[in-house]
Design a protein around this ligand. Structure first.
Ligand code: E4P
Length: 220
């Protein structure tokens, strides 16, 4: 599986890349805006933080296909290996088709339905990002949508993969992985929660306590 961090916080990516088996970093305009760093400064720093094997994702802002294609080409020229996130609107779908022909790798983002995600994949997006928590938050069933999308891609667009996004809990992420998703992107707080069970610390303290009682030190 591929695990991504959904952030533009370079310091946190550097810190967590040492700990988590991450495949790279995903961003979107809101995430970059929250970093308060200009896009063209922060993206190279994120790329540096994840190393040559890591995959960086950045999103276009234009609303029309020509604008999306132009932004995608600039991202692709300036940042080797980047995957360009394109919102799956009608114009976005047109842009994904053009970029596929141009050999630029894309991710179809802002996906709220299995049909929308399937179209992005068939148009040529290598990744498709359903917004799990945002679907739940508007009364839908994000996990069920991901299950459907995963099955549809396996049947009809096997060269594309679901990169599930928009999580508020580790449970949502695990349910996507159980549905067969090969890739997820987690905000920093959800990534930390995956390790944050208080019982782990008390279990380790008990091991140390028992050892010290028996041997008087903490050496193996
Ligand atoms: C990824 O493609 C999305 O931009 C991101 O995961 C959205 O997450 P949010 O719903 O927490 O903002």
């Amino acid at each position: 599986m591929e695990l991504y961090l959904d952030t533009a916080n370079v310091a946190e990516v550097e810190r967590l890349a040492r700990i988590f088996p991450i495949a790279g970093v995903t961003t979107n305009p809101s995430i970059v805006a929250a970093s308060r760093e200009p896009l063209w400064d922060v993206l190279p720093r994120l790329q540096q933080a994840i190393g040559p094997e890591g995959i960086l994702f950045a999103q276009t802002l234009a609303r029309d296909a020509d604008g999306m294609v132009a932004e995608a080409k600039r991202l692709n020229n300036e940042l080797a290996g980047i995957v360009v996130k394109i919102p799956v609107t009608a114009e976005g779908l047109a842009a994904i088709k053009i970029l596929k022909k141009e050999g630029i790798t894309t991710l179809g983002t802002a996906v709220y339905s299995a049909a929308q995600g399937l179209l992005a994949a068939v148009a040529g997006a290598k990744y498709v990002a359903p917004y799990v928590n945002r679907i739940d938050a508007q009364g839908g069933d994000g996990i069920r949508m991901v299950q459907e999308l995963q099955s549809l891609l396996e049947l009809h667009a096997p060269e594309s993969k679901v990169l599930a996004a928009s999580f508020k809990t580790p449970r949502q992420a695990l349910d996507c992985l159980l549905a067969g998703c090969e890739a997820i992107t987690l905000p920093l707080d959800v990534a930390q929660q995956m390790l944050g069970t208080p019982a782990v610390e008390s279990a380790i303290e008990k091991f140390e306590h028992d050892w010290k009682n028996a041997f008087g030190n903490l050496n193996l």
